[in-house]
Write a protein that binds this ligand. Sequence first.
Ligand SMILES: *Cc1c(COP(=O)(O)O)cnc(C)c1O
Length: 458
Amino acid sequence: MKMPYAEPYKIKMVESFKRTTKKEREKYINENYYNLFNLKSDMVFIDLLTDSGTGAMSDVQWGEMMTGDESYAGSRSYYKLKEAIKDILGFDYFLPTHQGRAAENVLFSTLVKKGDIIPGNSHFGTTKGHIEFRGAKAVDCTIDEGFDPKLIRPFKGNVDINKLENVLRENPIEKIPFVIVTITNNTGWGQPVSLENIKQVSALCKKYGVRLIIDGARFAENCYFIKLREEKYKEKTIREIVKELFSYVDGMTMSSKKDAIVNMGGFIAMRDPELFKRASVYNIMFEGFVTYGGMNGRDMAALARGLYEGTEFDYLESRIRQVEYLGKKLKEYGVPMLEPVGGHAVFLDAKTIFPDIPQKEYPAQLLGVELYIEGGVRGVEIGTVLADRDPETGKERYPKLELLRLAVPRRVYTDNHMNFAASAAANILERRDKIKRGLKIIEEPPIMRHFTTKFKKL
Ligand SMILES: *Cc1c(COP(=O)(O)O)cnc(C)c1O
């Protein structure tokens, strides 16, 4: 028998949460205008809203919280983190920040000017935000296959080398401060990027004299996929793959709330001492002095440890295979979703689940509401509500897909919780003929409406 996977840790402490009844949940979601962001966490049974900052730290990480050094300058914990970043990622210089978008803010303040062009693979929301806020443009060079919801390919997050070369060739090179590659590709449904692809992008960047930056929020999960799917790397350890990958790039921004398994934190890491000097000015201005920049000493120490734990094969296997397990269960129940399942989340296909509900009635938001009512499971809409209105015409932008993302926090839930969530989705499928209408917006803010829009049921 092929042995199944199992978590390489046991549970030392538990956090209880209350189950609610369906009747209570109907009341809660109605009182909160059918927006899942408005719910108090106590109203939720299984929270799959995000895998960001929701992971469980280990006993050793909690130990680090007790021994962290809170010195303003020259903290021992800072040096511990500096050592871990050098050891795991290979970078000599780094700046701590309070989270990933703060790392973007500091690095982009240093490098991005109005009119610049930043090519990449489906830039993450905050990355794009920080680019556009500075009057620059994010150009998506993801391979076309990455946008096909059913196509089974090992590396759907890859950069299309031709698309990238066209951008580099057709624009004044001084207008392109760097190329940014996001691993795994979060906006592209958590699909990985191959090491071969990173090498090609790196060679191209060298040829044109442009920096290559990695948005590394899920770098370890990406390297797990490389080990499994890229023949050449199957005998290498995760840490060897991580080291090789980063050896091809100039720097990275990191949201430590993802693969470093801490609840808050981020950093920028780089090779170039000149860039470090320039970025330090903005770090001091926006985040804090260079040896803490937005983080507590204890948090830096826990983060240093998290980089080691997050790059262990056994941990990564149990983490990614749990997400895969959720996908497998859903598939068994016939729930339509995107394939292959990515590293951190499963994406349910609301258009296929509710074929008669038009996009103007927000089928993915409706699916999120129904899943909450059915099982107290909270996902997040990736559809028309998130796509927002066109800032010029004020008209809604209808995306190709209407998705409900179920993101799995790290080391938090058991496979039983995955069974539970999949069963709730299966029950919706069973009664979907009775769901005839979607939702209507009754109040929305001028921008970023995802979080605060109020809906009513039609
Ligand atoms: C989460 C995330 C960010 C932003 O990080 P925060 O810690 O949420 O500010 C940037 N890029 C990617 C790919 C992410 O997943």
